[in-house]
Design a protein around this ligand. Structure first.
Ligand code: NAP
Length: 480
């Protein structure tokens, strides 16, 4: 069985071909610790080969009419949908999330491809009336060139399509590196992309040593753009490396999202939405709620409701029917969650439910609710990235806005209230790229997903996401 998996997965994709590599690294299931496959442990050599292929493919691909590029993307979306059951099993195995969540992620992944298949047809320029009558001002949108794409492990399927689809729609060619924890779903999605008959070299996937691959791409002048999703720490480092050649950048980085529940909110609906968001993907979501600010008048009532819901969550291996929360991605992540909870407990937080590691095998941690949390506790200052819901009380609107804005992150924030004036006032005052009001769903193919401050720059989704892969060119023509 192992050799079948190995021969099935021990390759990446360069210039339209499967590339095998002598050195490989194993991929494991975080729910069991078992090996599920291997990938090439590539480095500089493979990274450069990928750029060679993407650079060579760029002139022809960028000149293809939008409707032609659209055809490949539509076929890719169709193929992902047709294989979604099989792909969801693989995603759940290597990432740990329940199969039902993996199916949802693949649905979203395909929706992004479909959306950008349509956007590929609508890359318009402008003709601007000039102040001198003998001139014509035209503005073109042209593809940036070869784009490097680096993705994280938490949404390893959606992150692939959110980057590849707008890049190809814009007329760019791409080189991509998936994370070491979850590369197999990226290899599988590329298999479906290659099966569309995409011209050789348009999309290339390299697996292996992150720093060697990143360095090779950021020092290669043929690579014109980096689109990175991952931690703020690595994002800052890549930004510094990209500065030497002033490469275009999109950075989707970490978050520290507050959810503010005012005393007039519908508490049942707020508790449902908060628990759905907080425990999705075992709390490993960049726009996941990190801190729950409850108005002091309703703090106990909200805490009861959240605790009741969390107590009922089913935790286990994602492939088992009915599971709602899987393991953390690895032991290191579980250790971080444990130590942040320990710090909060020592400083006076009360554990309402959870607060312990689970099972002998796998990196499971019990879904946890903490009350009596205050701003001195470490988990209020950093991204927890785990199944932990800390509840803090507040008294005044201005106070909770100031406390929410204190973080260096600025990805997502949520608020719950029935007061329309407050909705506008608070959502405009919150220093975050996205605000959810009376709900927590933010990922739509049509919407500009992304953050401000140390959560990054640029947007994914919508026509905004396409523009990340397009340059403006202004042409002033003298008319005779
Ligand atoms: P990470 O450690 O920064 O890794 C992200 C990617 O960068 C991986 O592919 C990783 O490769 C690669 N990488 C690491 N060091 C590199 C280097 N020196 N040069 C080039 N590439 C390098 O982040 P993560 O732990 O996978 O993901 C979790 C983080 O992503 C969280 O902070 C989360 O908030 C953030 N995130 C943000 C968004 C958003 O839209 N804002 C969405 C999802 C996740 P290896 O895996 O091979 O090391």
């Amino acid at each position: 069985m192992k050799s079948e998996i190995q021969s099935r997965w021990n390759y990446c994709w360069i210039d339209g071909r499967k590339v095998e590599w002598a050195e490989s690294v194993e991929v494991t299931n975080p729910a069991t610790g078992e090996e599920i496959g291997y990938i090439p442990n590539g480095g500089e050599e493979l990274a450069i080969k990928a750029v060679d292929a993407a650079h060579q493919a760029f002139p022809a691909w960028s000149k293809q009419p939008g409707p032609e590029r659209s055809r490949y993307l539509k076929e890719w979306a169709r193929r992902i949908q047709a294989k979604s059951t099989e792909l969801a099993q693989l995603l759940s195995q290597e990432q740990g999330k329940p199969v039902s969540e993996a199916e949802g992620e693949l649905r979203v992944a395909a929706e992004f491809v479909e959306w950008y298949a349509e956007e590929a047809k609508r890359i318009y320029g402008e003709v601007i009336p000039p102040s001198r009558s003998n001139h014509r001002i035209t503005v073109l949108r042209q593809p940036v060139g070869v784009a490097a794409l680096i993705t994280p492990w938490n949404y390893p399927a959606a992150m692939v399509t959110r980057k590849v689809a707008p890049a190809l729609a814009a007329g760019c060619t791409v080189v991509m590196k998936p994370p070491k924890e979850t590369p197999l779903i990226a290899v599988a999605l590329f298999e479906e992309l290659m099966a569309t008959g995409l011209p050789d070299g348009v999309a290339n996937l390299v697996t292996g040593k992150a720093s060697a691959i990143g360095q090779a791409w950021l020092t290669d002048s043929r690579v014109r753009k980096l689109s990175f999703t991952g931690s703020t720490e690595v994002g800052k480092m890549l930004m510094r490396q990209a500065a030497d050649q002033v490469k275009r950048l999109s950075l989707e980085l970490g978050g520290n999202a507050p959810a503010i529940v005012f005393s007039d909110a519908d508490l049942d609906k707020a508790a449902d939405a908060i628990v759905d968001n907080k425990f999705e993907n075992c709390g490993q979501m960049c726009n996941g709620i990190n801190l729950i600010y409850a108005h002091r008048e309703i703090a106990d009532a909200l805490t009861e409701r959240i605790t009741d819901r969390v107590r009922q969550l089913k935790v286990g291996e994602g492939s088992q029917p009915g599971m709602q929360v899987g393991p953390l991605i690895n032991e290191e992540a579980r250790h971080k969650v444990s130590s942040l909870i320990e710090d909060a407990r020592k400083k006076g937080a009360e554990i309402r439910v959870g607060g312990e590691e689970l099972f002998e095998k796998g990196s499971f941690y019990a879904p946890t609710v903490l009350s009596g949390v205050d701003d001195s506790m470490k988990l209020t200052q950093e991204e927890v990235f785990g199944p932990v819901a800390p509840i803090l009380a507040f008294d005044k609107e201005e106070e909770v806005i100031a406390r929410s804005n204190r973080t260096p992150y600025g990805l997502a924030a949520y608020l719950f209230t029935q007061d329309v004036s407050r909705i506008h006032r608070v959502s405009e005052a919150l220093e975050f790229g996205m605000v959810g009001v009376n709900g927590t769903s933010l990922s739509f193919p049509q919407a500009p997903f992304g953050g401000i401050k140390e959560s990054g720059m640029g947007r994914e989704g919508g026509h905004h996401g396409l523009k990340e892969f397009l340059e403006l060119k202004y042409i002033a023509t003298v008319l005779d």
